[in-house]
Design a protein around this ligand. Structure first.
Ligand code: PEP
Ligand code: MN
Length: 293
């Protein structure tokens, strides 16, 4: 017999489980990160390198994205790499640099936990735990994220339908953690000129089906630095509550995802441009209140 948490909440032919379902909660969920509300009227911008490579690289990039107007710093300490022979991340050392960068800039940080055994350590340092695309179907990890006391940035699996994605998000909520931020980051299609196909139609769809905030990652979604600004602007126009953008102080020297990482000066321009798109749709980018710095 189907559980009552599952059965009768189909919207537009898509079965949406109870806790993530828009019908179960009329107001939109706002995830509060130290006073930054993700999912409210203001748009948040997460930026930083793909991976934390060393102290100087992270601190320099963190200062650059912070002064350009980013609200949250990203950087992977545990990296899910296609090849086992490429840079795998600095682990706890990287988490310490993230904590230091938070202190220097005042920006909250987000970083990925790839494994249940990393969850406690990651939560000790981070403000938001990221669950990556490759782990969207890792149900033990999702349950662990549901039990942790930190908000979760939950990326769509690259081969997952929206229904599968929402079922997976339900695992996190059903363990008691309501603070889930959805992130569209591109799906596999037959197209191979781009790294993935950024499914921007998922933005209005997810916003309609659920009450959770929805952000977009155009960096992994396209794989090309030059394409990131266009898709970032399109994501805001489509109604996304925020962006996650890879920025590197020296993209040509990056140990991972250099080709899709913006130069700091490109990021400065992008923030200015999305401010205009936000205004055009009656929103604005979140700016830190002086007391939080
Ligand atoms: C990332 O954001 O660091 C990352 C690895 O992205 P994804 O899980 O979407 O591939
Ligand atoms: Mn990356």
């Amino acid at each position: 017999m189907e559980s009552k948490h599952y059965n009768d909440l189909s919207i537009m032919g898509c079965t949406v489980p109870t806790r993530v379902n828009r019908k179960s909660k009329s107001d939109a969920t706002q995830v509060n990160i130290n006073g930054i509300h993700i999912g409210g009227s203001e748009i948040i911008v997460i930026a930083g390198p793909c991976a934390v490579e060393n102290r100087e690289q992270l601190l320099e990039t963190a200062k650059q994205v912070s002064s350009a107007g980013a609200n949250i710093l990203r950087g992977g300490a545990f990296k899910p790499r296609t090849s086992p022979y490429t840079f795998q991340g600095l682990g706890e050392e990287g988490l310490k640099y993230l904590a230091e960068a938070r202190k220097e800039t005042g920006l909250p940080v987000v970083t990925e936990a790839m494994d249940t055994r990393q969850m406690d350590m990651v939560c000790k340092y981070t403000d938001i735990v990221q669950i990556g695309s490759r782990n969207m179907h890792n149900y033990p990890l999702l349950k662990e994220a549901g039990r942790c006391k930190k908000p979760v940035l939950f990326k769509r699996g690259m081969m997952a339908t929206v229904e599968e994605y929402l079922m997976a998000a339900e695992y996190i909520l059903s363990e008691g953690n309501q603070d889930v931020i959805l992130c569209e980051r591109g799906i596999r299609t037959f197209e191979n000129c781009t790294r993935f196909t950024l499914d921007l139609s998922a933005v209005p769809l997810l916003k309609r089906l659920t009450h959770l905030p929805v952000i977009v990652d155009p960096s992994h979604g396209t794989g090309h630095r030059w394409m990131v600004p266009s898709m970032a602007k399109a994501a805001i126009a489509a109604g996304a509550d925020g962006l996650m953008i890879e920025v590197h102080n020296k993209p040509l020297d990056a140990l991972s995802d250099g080709k899709q990482s913006l130069y700091p000066e490109d990021f400065v321009q992008l923030v200015k441009d999305i401010e205009k798109i936000a205004q055009a749709i009656g929103r604005k980018i979140y700016h830190r209140k002086p007391s939080l710095v």
